[in-house]
Design a binder for this molecule. Structure first.
Ligand code: HEM
Length: 501
């Protein structure tokens, strides 16, 4: 895909772009295309809406170094793409700009897009093998034990600041809870602590110490994998190591890393977003206190409004095809984009409408790569918010809402701080450490504040169906199957890209 190929589709109506001479042209790249980086991308939400107006559901854009890419803005089009493995793959080895040498080895996206032997990049039988090992290990988790673990860590974390009467719920709570829980799940509870949380944050922020932080985490995971290979126990890592799929040591370590970091980043974002919503949106607070809005519904609303991964790099066209009225050429790259997809006006004509637990958002993807850890992410957010509100019912924001800051990149938006105040409270006894026993099958439903609705299969939503769902909430999706670079030279560049520098 080249910039020229976009305009050659005949469907990219560039006539609605500013006329030549207009200052807005100054930010456009080759072919008059918008850049998803640089000054215009400071407000990605606004840029996506501009692109939707100019191009419709699928828009041509430019990544760093003006590498061409499509961004999928429509809800139905995003779903169609992820659910059509015969047309679109996550295997970047067919990406034309890469094959044509347009994407240089030091391109900031390379570490993310470069193919790796992990389930996220695999397809067909190899995807089934690798993903089967991950989901097989996830199915052994007993969710009752997991819920007790989450509750216990919420108590430990709240105890650390409850007497102070003030806290930053991002650095003292949302950034910690998912890491504590993921360390338990993986089987390395002793590794949980400030050090690993700081290492993960540091790595994702792309500071000078990011490479060392990444190495710290990789070493911990390597040690864990070797220990469990020698002496399997009853935890996720042991089940991954002993799965009949026969993962190599490298495959085990890389999948532990994918699970730990993806789960940590996404769940920390979700938890912080839901807490912010609960604290700032009077509608939520009133409904929560009045018993009409359950915490799981608040979580689902947040997954619509602020999906923890705003966009995922990337899908690639396996053949000439059409999507959202655009001609997509074999080898073109497409961004799967939950953030603009979730606010597609064909699905949500009124963005202020309460989605009431409707789960047909794109936050967890769909199709063969749909997030297998979604029930764990939801559980951490549900219990994390519920338990905090129980302990600190008078908690309130300790700054003007307008003073809250986010760090934003194409792939995610992270709240920087969430300062709160409350009347000081005494610490509480933390209950005894529960076991994470294994059971044959994972539970499929949850309840935190109120009973969760019965799971029912979610029909593939057409825009019209999904729009109807805004008025009459759909049944929730099935708890999907248990819904849950290393090349150091390029790692730093990836981090810089990841954080949008
Ligand atoms: C709120 C939390 C989470 C969100 C929003 C989230 C979102 C996503 C998304 C959007 C994808 C990719 C879809 C695609 O490639 O098309 C994904 C994949 C994945 N997620 Fe999650 N995730 C979350 C939590 C977790 C957790 C807790 C785990 C593990 C315990 C996990 C494990 C994975 C794995 C292994 C994949 C790759 C699956 C594959 O390619 O087959 N995620 N997630």
């Amino acid at each position: 895909m080249t910039p020229e190929s976009h305009s050659a589709t005949g469907t990219d109506d560039l006539s609605v772009s500013p006329p030549p001479g207009c200052p807005a042209h100054n930010n456009l790249g080759p072919g008059g295309l918008h850049r998803l980086y640089g000054p215009e991308a400071q407000d990605l939400g606004a840029l996506y809406e501009k692109l939707r107006t100019e191009h419709g559901a699928v828009a041509p854009v430019l990544l760093h170094d003006d590498v061409p890419m499509w961004v999928v803005l429509g809800h139905a089009e995003n779903l169609h793409m992820v659910r059509s493995p015969s047309q679109f793959t996550r295997d970047s080895r067919i990406w034309r700009p890469l094959l044509e040498g347009m994407v240089k080895p030091d391109h900031p996206l390379m570490p993310h897009i470069a193919w790796q032997p992990i389930c996220s990049h695999a397809e067909g039988d190899e995807h089934l093998r690798l993903r089967g090992a991950v989901t097989g290990a996830l199915t052994t988790i007993d969710f009752r034990g997991l819920r007790r673990h989450i509750t216990r860590y919420t108590q430990i974390l709240v105890n650390r600041f409850c007497e102070a009467g003030e806290a930053d719920l991002v650095s003292q709570y949302a950034d910690h809870l998912p890491m504590a829980v993921m360390c338990e799940i993986l089987g390395m509870p002793d590794e949980y602590g400030d050090r690993i949380v700081h290492a993960a944050r540091d790595m994702l922020k792309g500071t000078e110490t990011a490479i060392a932080s990444n190495q710290y985490i990789v070493d911990a995971l390597g040690r864990l994998a070797a220990k469990r290979r020698a002496h399997p126990e009853e935890d996720f890592t042991s089940h991954l190591v002993t799965h009949p799929a026969g993962l190599t040591d490298d495959e085990v370590r890389e999948h532990l890393r994918v699970v730990l970091i993806a789960a940590y980043e996404a769940t920390a974002n979700l938890l912080a977003n839901v807490l912010r919503t609960v604290l700032t949106d009077p509608r939520f607070r009133a409904q929560l206190n009045g018993g009409q809005m359950t915490v799981p519904e608040a979580v689902e609303q947040s997954l619509w409004d602020e999906p923890p991964f705003s966009a995922v790099f990337a899908y690639f066209a396996k053949q000439e095809t059409e999507l959202g009225g655009q001609r997509i050429h074999k080898g073109d790259g497409l961004l799967f984009a939950p953030a603009p997809g979730n606010v597609d006006p064909r699905v949500r004509p009124d963005l202020t409408a309460n989605m009431q637990g409707n789960r047909s958002h794109l936050a967890f993807g769909g199709g063969p790569h749909e997030c297998p850890g979604q029930d764990i992410g939801r559980a951490i957010a549900d219990i994390g918010v519920d338990a905090l509100l129980m302990r600190l019912p008078d908690v309130e924001l300790d700054c003007d809402e307008e003073d809250l800051n986010w760090s934003e990149s194409i792939s995610s938006r992270h709240l920087v701080e969430l300062p709160v105040r409350f009347d000081p409270k005494p610490p509480q006894d933390v209950m005894e450490k529960p076991g994470l026993q294994t059971v044959p099958r994972q539970r499929s439903t949850w309840q935190v504040s109120t009973p969760a609705p019965e799971s029912a299969p979610l029909p593939e939503a057409s825009p019209e169906q999904a729009a109807t769902a805004t008025a009459a909430p759909q049944q929730p999706a099935p708890a999907a199957e248990p819904a849950i670079t290393r090349r150091l030279g390029v790692w730093k560049r990836f981090l810089r890209w990841w954080r949008g520098y």
